[in-house]
Design a protein around this ligand. Sequence first.
Ligand code: S3P
Length: 419
Amino acid sequence: MRVDGVLRVPGDKSISHRALMLGALGDGVSCVRGVLQSLDLQSTAFVLRALGAGVPDLSNQTVIRGVGLRGLLAPSVDLDCGNSGTTARLMTGIVAGSPLAARFTGDASLSRRPMKRVSRPLTEMGARVEFEAGDGLPMTVHGGGLRGLTWHMETASAQVKSAILLAGLVGDVPVEVHESAPTRDHTERMFAGRGVDVRVDAGVVTLVPAARLDAADQLVPADPSSAAFFASLAAIADSGALALDDVCVNATRAGAFQVLRRMGASVRFENVRTEGGEDVARVVVAPSALRGTVIEGSEVPSLVDELPVLACVAACADGETRVSGAGELRVKESDRIKAIVENLRAVGADAEELADGFVVRGTGRRPLAGRVTTHGDHRIAMAFGVLGAIPGSQVTVDDPACAAVSFPTFWKELSRVVG
Ligand code: S3P
C-alpha cells in the first residue's frame, strides 16, 4: 500500500470541549476557531445551552456569549451528554460549583461508565450527587456552597482532575489535586490563558479562587488522537508518507508518536511552534520495518485513546507487543481491551487479553479478513478501518458511522490518502 498526502485532521476533542465550556463561563465574548464539529461536541454545546449560555451551532468560528462564572441557570431539561464522557464529567464539576440542580443522562455506553470517580471528590467539596442505579448515569447533581479540597487521584484521569478544577473555579474555592501520573493539561493551560492563577508543581495542581474568568479567543489545533490513525496508516504502509498538519504535540498527548517511532516508523515533527497555548507541529510519518514494543502504565495517559490503533499496528509488526497498566481501557466507550483482542482475532491476528492490557503477536504486514464489532465505539471502528486498508484485506466494520463521535470525515479522508 502506498500513502500520500497532506492532511489536517479535525480540531482536538479535549481542547474543543474545554474551549466551549470556558467560553460559556467567561466574562464577554469568546471566539473558538477550528472547534471539532462532531457528535461529542454537540453534546457539550447542548448542555451549555440548557444551562443558559449563548452557544450557537458549531462552526469554524464559533462565537460564544459567556455568562460569567456565576451566571449559569437551572436547566429545565435533562443534561443529555450522549456518548461523551468528557461532557458528563467536566460539566458535573461545573454544575457542582453552581447553586443549581441538574440531572445528567447519556446513551447506553455512557450510562455504563463510572461516575463515582467524579462524584466522590465533588461530594467532599459539599455537592450532593444522587445516583438512580449503581455508579453511572442518570445522576442528579445539586451544586453550590462548596468548600476547598485537597484530592489525591486514585486513577490517572484528566477528566476527574478537570472536574475538580472546574468545580473550584465556579464554586470560588481553592483546590489542590495530586496526580498519580501526569495527564493531559489543557484545562490548566486554558485557565492560565484566561487570567486564573493555577500552579503546577511536582504533580500537584493548585487553583487559587478567581473572581472572574476572562473571555479569550481559542485556536484549536488538530487532534493528535485523530492524527494517530493516519500516522499508524503511514507506519503500516509499504511506501510514501503522510504529513499531518497543525497537530497538538503537547507532551501529555504525544505518546503514540513516540511508540510508532520506537516500533521503527519514521516520525518527524516539523515547524514546531506554540499556538493557542499549545505545542503544535506538522507530523510527517513514513513506513519502515516494524517491530513489537512494550507499553507500560507510566506511558499510558499520553496515549490512552490511541491504544486501539497501536494494537492494529502491532499486528502488522514483527514480534510481540505487550501493553500493561492500561486497565482504564475497560471503562472507555467500550471495554476496549476486550474489543481490541476479540476484533484482532476476528480478522485473523493473534492477540490475548491481560487484566490490565493485552498482548499482540505480530506477523508482519499481510491482508486480514473478518467482521469487526465496534460496540458503537468510534475508536474501535477507525482503528480497524486503518487495518482494513491493507491491500487484499476484507475487513468489514459493523458500524462505521460511529466515527462521527470524534471524526466525522474519517472514512472520506482514509479513502483519499490510500493509493
Ligand atoms: C479526556 C481524558 C481521557 C480521554 C478522553 C478525553 C479529556 O479520559 O480518554 O477521551 O478530555 O480530559 P480520562 O481522563 O478518563 O483518562
